[in-house]
Design a protein around this ligand. Structure first.
Ligand code: NAP
Length: 549
């Protein structure tokens, strides 16, 4: 007779669902991963916490949400047919349009049948002897496979501020990254927005149009440039569709994976008038390409200051109240925190129903049942919006109990900051891949090409192993250390590494301060990944072998 323990473990085994590859997340990374795995003839299962595809675009439904990379570039390129049949309607696509695109992709490639929605993965444990990952969900379901791909996103774990009294507020509290699907009606209400990053800067002008009164609680002013969004003319769309291949090829040669013109000159090498003209034309064009005005804006503080002062001048010219204009003017490096892109952000502060509450000097004291206490006053509110961002890059991974060889937890290994090889794999965690993980260009680039490059690399790697009957891949500690050192070294001279941004984990109290993305540029990074593969996966331990398929 079997012991109860054996019976239990057999029951667990029979309930466990086995696959070739498990993928966590059905955003753009997870969807393309599934597509590639299927084409390799592998049995894959995607586990997704939400009830639909789209990842960040599924969750971030706040008013005014749109992408700040132009729509014709923020799209998949793996399928020329998809490129031709999908038509973007605006220069910068709205969240609903991007979500429609994600849904279209999932239907066009019949992806949904292998995605299990409403399924949050809570743990991922590697069994060394069996060389398998077992994933457990919040409802106790269990899935196993030799390979696991974390397609969990870089900005998907929301950062809820630790402000005293937050749970005591009587009205609704909405985080921009977990916005109610049915929308929120702020008509006539007194609304408080905490935060002034990209999400706030997009939502504030829209909320202000609806709210009775809007209070914006600003801890740090952020630089933002106008989007100058507009519908896309049919002729423009036709021209783009005709030259998609060359557009994509040009973009791949760019540092950010986005095709745009960078002025090779230093800001200090030209006279003040020429400089002003360049900034003015970039401001008029709109978008983050503003930072391409001169080549040294992110390397030389004096050059950077010329761009920063140009934007401050714009704020002074738009915002009528000089005190408000001053409070809205950032003093630090432009582009250090991610440059925001807006529609009417600064002008919104001229509205009589909008008040800027500057909490730069003294933090918000507390949230009370009736509102926010800050700046020595009580602000009575009906609703509160937390535009307080994300536990970026590591948050989504660390919120899953990931255990590698010997039961070691990833979050323990990353206690001093994330360490990985290429942002793709972590020593001690065999056969676990991270799409756009820390240590890869990811958030410093156009996410779509970066995702596709990682997914292709992972799919090719799994195929390489299968063909050769290799059961296991893992980076060596030496290769990982060398990569981490390289990531740190290239970040050094870049001004983006010096301020308190989410790039270095500064927005989450207690998070280790490490510049997480790779700032060596997309083309350089891709070349390195390809060299490593060409050298037979240099820096990885491969083995042991089993019978080739
Ligand atoms: P964010 O850039 O991290 O901004 C969060 C804001 O909340 C900051 O102003 C921050 O102030 C403030 N904050 C945080 N905790 C606070 C506290 N306890 N008290 C007062 N203020 C507090 O987050 P996000 O705006 O959601 O954007 C995150 C990233 O998502 C962006 O940088 C971008 O990469 C991406 N995103 C992109 C788009 C787009 O494509 N258009 C739109 C939205 C987001 P401090 O600056 O002082 O920390």
């Amino acid at each position: 007779m079997q012991s109860p323990r054996t019976q239990l473990s057999q029951a667990a085994t029979s309930a466990r669902q086995d696959y070739d590859v498990l993928v966590v997340g059905a955003g753009f990374a997870g969807m393309y991963m599934l597509y590639r795995l299927r084409r390799l003839g592998l049995r894959a299962r995607v586990l997704e916490a939400g009830d639909g595809v789209g990842g960040t675009w599924y969750w971030n439904r706040y008013p005014g949400a749109r992408c700040d990379v132009e729509s014709v570039q923020y799209s998949y390129q793996f399928s020329p047919e998809l490129e031709q049949e999908w038509t973007w309607s605006e220069r910068y696509a709205t969240q609903p349009e991007i979500l429609r695109y994600a849904n279209h992709v999932s239907e066009r490639f019949d992806l949904r049948r292998d995605i299990q929605f409403g399924t949050r993965v809570v743990s991922a444990v590697y069994d060394d002897a069996a060389a398998r990952w077992t994933l457990t969900t919040g409802t106790g379901e269990s899935f196993a496979a030799p390979f696991c791909v974390m397609a969990t996103g870089c900005l998907s774990a929301t950062n809820r501020p630790r402000i005293p009294g937050l749970d005591d507020f009587d009205g609704p509290v909405h985080h921009t990254g977990e916005w109610p699907h049915e929308g929120v009606d702020f008509s006539g209400q007194r609304v408080g927005v905490i935060g002034t990053g990209s999400s706030a800067i997009q939502s504030i002008p829209v909320i202000a149009q609806q709210a009775g009164h809007l209070y914006v609680f600003q801890r740090t002013p952020h630089y933002t440039v106008p989007a100058h969004n507009a519908p896309l003319a049919p002729d423009y769309v036709r021209a783009i569709k005709a030259e998609y291949r060359s557009l994509r090829a040009r973009a791949k040669q760019m540092f950010s994976g986005i095709d745009f013109r960078i002025n090779p000159s230093s800001a200090l090498a030209v006279d003040a008038q020429t400089r002003e003209r360049e900034y003015e034309s970039r401001w008029e064009y709109g978008g983050t390409t503003f930072m391409g005005a001169f080549s040294d804006l992110l390397f030389d503080r004096d050059s950077n200051e010329t761009a920063a002062e140009f934007v401050r001048g714009k704020i002074r010219s738009i915002v009528r109240d000089p005190k408000v204009a001053h409070a809205l003017s950032p003093r630090d490096i432009i582009g250090c925190k991610r440059l925001c892109v807006d529609t009417d952000y600064y002008a919104t502060f001229n509205r009589p129903n909008v008040t800027l509450v500057d909490v730069t000097e003294a933090p918000i004291e507390r949230i009370t049942p009736a509102g926010v206490r800050a700046d020595g006053r009580d602000y009575a509110l009906d609703a509160l919006v937390l535009a307080t961002g994300f536990d970026a890059m590591t948050g989504a991974l660390n919120r899953i109990d990931i255990r590698g060889q010997g039961g070691r937890a990833l979050k323990d290994k990353w206690r001093e900051g994330p360490k990985s090889y290429l942002g793709l794999m972590v020593a001690g965690f065999p056969n676990l891949f991270t799409v756009t993980g820390p240590g890869s260009p990811s958030v410093l680039t156009n996410m779509l090409p970066s995702i596709e490059q990682h997914v292709d690399w992972i799919a090719d790697c799994i195929e390489y192993l299968r063909v050769r009957g290799i059961a296991r891949i893992e980076p060596t500690v030496e290769a990982q250390e060398a990569w981490v050192e390289h990531v740190r070294e290239v970040a050094g001279p870049n001004l983006r590494s010096v301020c308190s941004s989410w790039y270095i984990g500064a927005n989450v109290p207690g998070k280790p301060r490490v510049f997480m993305p790779y700032i060596g540029g997309f083309p350089q990074y891709v070349a390195r990944c390809e060299e490593i593969v060409a050298a037979g996966y240099a820096g990885f331990d491969l083995g042991p072998s089993r019978a080739p398929r």
